[in-house]
Design a protein around this ligand. Structure first.
Ligand code: PEP
Length: 253
């Protein structure tokens, strides 16, 4: 059976290089557990070297964002080629915190295509900002998926990983997160949208992760009852004990 995928989104944490080193040291102690997952750590850029050398034996390097252009003069833009040369194998694109700063699904779709061209797996974040009793949020989700994956084909969509992250469930606590049955329903819906766009076979090959207040307390039930391939973890990835416990519940150990 394929290993579950686990992605740690460190965002703009830990607050210093010393703290980041200490987190890597703590995670290293549990490397045998972590190696049972396909683990990626997406640190702030200045911690790339620390993660790629310190976590080499148990985690791959991921980026939290990526520039859509392969070359040119764009101050502040980090191209897919540079990321690739640092060993980045997966790039988070379209995170809701970037969409909130104005990143459109059209811009996300350019990044997805650029990542694929560079040989980096795009982890495309999608999720409704809020829920309503009539289920209109499903349409919002459908439109976002469609626009974010625009221009992809049956053959390259299978290299894309979807992170379903309902925006309202991010950065809270396990208690305020999504219920396992709600997640299962969304996963079925996302697969249906993918199937309508790319055909059933291609849709089945796409991994779907869940992100949004995954903690040890809810990881087990969310993993077991929903049809996901793993988690994208924010705040709980900064606590080695919590994070290792999440890995354990994903692998059922
Ligand atoms: C995220 O921001 O991608 C995320 C999943 O955060 P959290 O786990 O803190 O909700």
């Amino acid at each position: 059976m394929a290993k579950p995928i686990l992605v740690a989104n460190w965002k703009n944490h830990p607050a210093s290089l010393e703290e980041a080193k200490s987190l890597i040291r703590e995670l290293s102690k549990a490397k045998l557990v972590l190696k049972k997952t396909r683990l990626f750590i997406a640190p702030p850029l200045p911690y790339f070297e620390l993660v790629s050398s310190g976590a080499r034996s148990f985690a791959g390097l991921a980026s939290q964002n990526m520039f859509a252009h392969m070359k040119g003069s764009y101050t502040g833009g980090i191209t897919p080629g540079i990321l690739k040369s640092f060993g980045v194998r997966l790039a988070i694109v379209g995170h809701s915190e970037r969409r909130a700063q104005g990143e459109s699904s059209e811009a996300v779709s350019l990044k997805v295509k650029a990542a694929l061209k560079a040989g980096i797996a795009p982890l495309v974040c999608v999720g409704e900002p809020s829920r309503d009793a009539d289920g209109e949020y499903f349409e919002v989700l459908r439109d976002e998926i469609k626009a974010s994956l625009a221009g992809l084909s049956k053959s390259n969509v299978s290299s894309v990983i979807i992170a379903y992250e309902p925006v309202w469930a991010i950065g809270k606590s396990a208690k305020e997160s999504l219920a396992p049955a709600e997640l299962a329903e969304s996963v079925i819906f996302i697969r249906k949208v993918l199937s309508d766009l790319f055909g059933r076979k291609a849709a089945e090959s796409v991994h779907i992760l869940y992100g949004g207040s995954v903690e040890y307390a809810n990881a087990g039930t969310l993993a077991r009852e929903s049809g996901i391939s793993g988690f994208l973890v924010g705040h709980a990835s900064l606590n080695a004990k919590q994070f290792v416990a999440i890995a354990k519940s994903l692998t059922g150990k």
